[in-house]
Each structure stands twice: as C-alpha cells, then as structure tokens.
Design a protein around this ligand. Structure first.
Ligand code: PGA
Length: 252
C-alpha cells in the first residue's frame, strides 16, 4: 500500500554541525509519526553525520543529486554506490535548480535515474514548468516530455523505486504556491500519463509529490487533493517546527 511521503530538500544549506542539530530536533519531534514516510536530504557533506543521528529512526536519508557512473575519473561527482555507503535510501534527480542553473538535460537526468535505480536507490524525479511555459499554456506538454524522457528505459518493475515530484518552477522559493486545484490538475495528468506509459496499477501506486513553497500554513489544503501523495519541501524544511507541522499534515 502506498504511503504518503514528505521530504525535506535542504539544498545548499547547513554546515555539518547545523545539520546534526536540525536532524536531532526532527528525530525528537517526529518520533511518533508512523503512518507516513519521512525523508530528509541534506547536502553531500552532511550525509554521513546526519545518518548517524537518524539511523534506526523513522526518518530516511536522501541525497540531492547523483552521477551516473559508479567510480572513475569524474572530478567532483558522487556515485550511487557512495550515496548508499553513507546511508542514503533516496536521491532527488532533475531538480529544477539543476535543470535551469546547472543546465542538466532530460538525457543526463535519465542516465542518473537509471544508474540510481540499478544501484538500489529510490529516485525522486522532479518535473515542472517555467512561468513563461505556464503562461503559454504549455504546462502539460513540458511535464509530459520531462517524464517520458526522464523515465526512458525504466521498466514496470523498476517503477516501484520511482517517485515523481511536480514542482512548478515559478512556485519554488518564491512564496507563490500553486493553488491546490491547479496542482491537482497536473497531478491527475501525470497519473494518467503513467497509466498510459505503464499501467493503471503502477500509476495508482506511484507517489506524486507536490513541491514549491510548501509551508505549514498550506500543506493541509494541498494534501486534501486526491492525487497529491506527498510534498518536496525546500525552505520550510530548514526549520524544525515548520517541517514537523508539514509532516504532521492533517488529511481533510
Ligand atoms: P521551496 O523549494 O519549498 O523552497 O519552494 C521546493 C523545492 O525546490 O524542492
């Protein structure tokens, strides 16, 4: 049975000491939550230390990116094996900041997805449109291309290790959240697309998270939507009280 997944993407924030402190607070404040999955994604430098804090608790560890080779002359990159070695169960791939600031393509993202899955990591594939694409009525087309290319060659069997995060780029870090109904429309479209690409059963079982200015004050209304199965939270995941309330969303 599918469980809701609330994930915190800490982005390029927190030194090791700060990361440990935040993780310790979350272990305490979230210890009674057992009906949904909780994930935190600190920067690479803090993964090992944070894992020592959350090991054996209900909080899982994820990374924010990965490379597609297991080892070799790839200066500056981190492999799936290395992520597993420090306790990661998940990895975020294709985040809009990597697509639009670093210049990652759908082809590169697809290689990363396949490498991560092959090494036993669960992947969160991020998709979402730019403001000008939304205004031009291209949202569904953009999301369709990102999903089809991102999942190219991923089998039905492997889909149990894939989470999709719909994150409209104009809503990330801007304080502008998509209206729950607008997010729902895209989520329903994504589920229909997965149903065509794979099967209805796989589409129903796949977690589709919403991301983009998720806060304690809007999480309940987002999670009230039938096709929103979780959230990928950036800024608000850096504050223990705020992230705790988000994880403890009340299903309306
Ligand atoms: P935000 O970021 O919550 O700060 O808007 C979300 C994300 O980029 O995953």
């Amino acid at each position: 049975m599918k469980r809701y997944l609330i994930a915190g993407n800490w982005k390029m924030n927190k030194t090791t000491g700060e990361a440990i402190e935040l993780a310790q607070k979350l272990v305490e404040s979230l210890k009674d939550v057992n009906d949904r999955d909780i994930l935190i994604c600190p920067p690479f430098t803090a993964l090992y230390s944070v894992y020592q804090v959350i090991k054996g608790t209900n909080i899982k560890l994820g990374a924010q990116d990965v490379f597609y080779e297991n080892s070799g002359a790839f200066t500056g990159e981190i492999s799936p094996i290395m992520l597993k070695d420090v306790g990661c169960e998940y990895v975020i791939i294709g985040h809009s900041e990597r697509r639009h600031i670093i210049g990652e393509t759908d082809e590169l993202i697809n290689k990363k997805i396949k490498a991560a899955i092959n090494n036993g990591l669960k992947t969160i594939l991020c998709v979402g449109e730019l403001l000008e694409e939304r205004e031009a009525g291209k949202t569904l087309e953009v999301v369709k291309t990102q999903i089809e290319k991102g999942l190219n060659g991923v089998s039905k069997e492997e889909m149990k290790n894939v989470v999709i995060a719909y994150e409209p780029v104009w809503a990330i870090g801007t304080g502008k959240t998509a209206k729950p109904e607008d997010a729902q429309e895209v989520h329903a479209y994504i589920r229909e697309l997965l149903s065509k690409l794979y099967s209805k059963e796989i589409a129903d079982e796949t977690i589709i998270q919403y991301g983009g200015s998720v806060k304690a004050s809007n999480i309940d209304s987002l999670m009230a939507m039938p096709d929103i199965d979780g959230a990928l939270v950036g800024g608000a995941s850096l504050v223990a009280e705020e992230f705790t309330r988000i994880v403890k969303f009340i299903k309306q």
